[in-house]
Ligand binder design. Structure first.
Ligand SMILES: *Cc1c(COP(=O)(O)O)cnc(C)c1O
Length: 295
């Protein structure tokens, strides 16, 4: 697949002698958020191989992973079941409406059960209820997802630093596993809880070429700051690059701030991974009365 990479020009970058490029995974598919396509690809191949008819996965009510799984499962001829954290809210938000339109069966579980979701006892309960299914964990991160995310970077991507947003860590770990020895990948978590995250990422990569910078989560998952909203709208207006409020906007916030603070040596080049997520902006706009870009 050919993915477009474009250079970003900003006065700040000239001053600091830094070059930034952005790899637009968000443009690879209309309905499947950038990195989620890579995470699902080998899982769906495996599910077919195993003869599965149905895909079951977990996520929050605004999850890009839920939307992507619903779409790709349908496209590949599976039925799908989405186990959603929390209670049903009517009217349904745009993410769940989209998922249901793809024929995903939506089931809600409370936060307590959600924490137990990967235990064998809970999975057994799900199997009794839904019959046989191919299980994809929350956020889609497993061994086959890592195989997919290790294909995000290709031979032409020779920048000194790769930057990406971090949720479960499957994307940064796949990048860590696939880059050259002189490259480094820096992750910007969209969520709180950096120790757990470091442990999780460490389970998926043995290399020491990665780090996460935790100061730009804006208070946690789906929490936005005024600064973040302004940055996203500025990027859209001046660079014509749409960013999402949950993930990629926070990465950009971090990268620009680090450049201002001379984190990257003069002369460095940086590749940002646009992991997608724009569908989430529709829900954020409705919830918070914002005008984040939606395409
Ligand atoms: C899911 C998602 C991420 C996080 O990916 P992980 O592999 O879970 O770390 C980043 N950006 C976007 C837009 C996402 O949808």
């Amino acid at each position: 697949m050919k993915i477009k990479t474009q250079e970003i020009s900003l006065p700040l970058l000239k001053d600091k002698k830094i070059r930034i490029f952005i790899k637009r995974l968000d443009q690879t598919h209309k309905h499947v958020s950038g990195n989620k396509w890579f995470k699902l690809k080998y899982n769906l191949i495996e599910a077919k191989k195993q003869g599965a008819k149905s895909i079951l996965t977990f996520g929050g009510a605004y999850s890009n992973h839920i939307a992507a799984t619903a779409y790709l499962a349908k496209e590949k001829g599976f039925s799908s079941i989405g186990i959603i954290r929390g209670e049903e809210h009517i009217p349904l938000n745009p993410t769940l409406k989209f998922a249901i339109k793809q024929n995903m069966k939506i089931n809600y579980i409370d936060r307590h059960d959600y924490r137990l979701k990967h235990t064998s006892k809970f999975l057994q309960k799900l199997r009794l209820r839904f019959g046989k299914f191919y299980l994809i964990p929350e956020g889609g991160t497993n061994k086959l997802a890592l195989k997919g995310t290790s294909e995000i970077i290709d031979a032409q991507d020779l920048q000194d630093y790769i930057c990406c947003s971090v949720g479960t860590g499957g994307t940064i770990a796949g990048i860590s596993n696939s880059i050259h020895r002189n490259q480094k990948v820096i992750g910007f978590p969209a969520i709180k809880g950096s120790d757990l995250l470091r442990r999780d990422i460490g389970e998926w990569t043995d290399r020491k070429n990665w780090d996460i910078i935790t100061n730009y989560n804006c208070g946690g998952y789906a929490k936005l700051s005024k600064k973040l909203v302004k940055l996203i709208n500025d990027c859209h207006k001046t660079l014509n690059i749409p960013l999402d409020g949950i993930y990629t906007g926070k990465m950009m916030l971090g990268v620009i701030d680090l450049i201002r603070n001379d984190y990257f040596p003069k002369g460095s080049s940086i590749l940002l991974i646009h992991t997608g997520g724009i569908q989430g902006n529709i829900g954020l706009n409705q919830r918070f009365g914002l005008q984040l870009p939606i395409n």
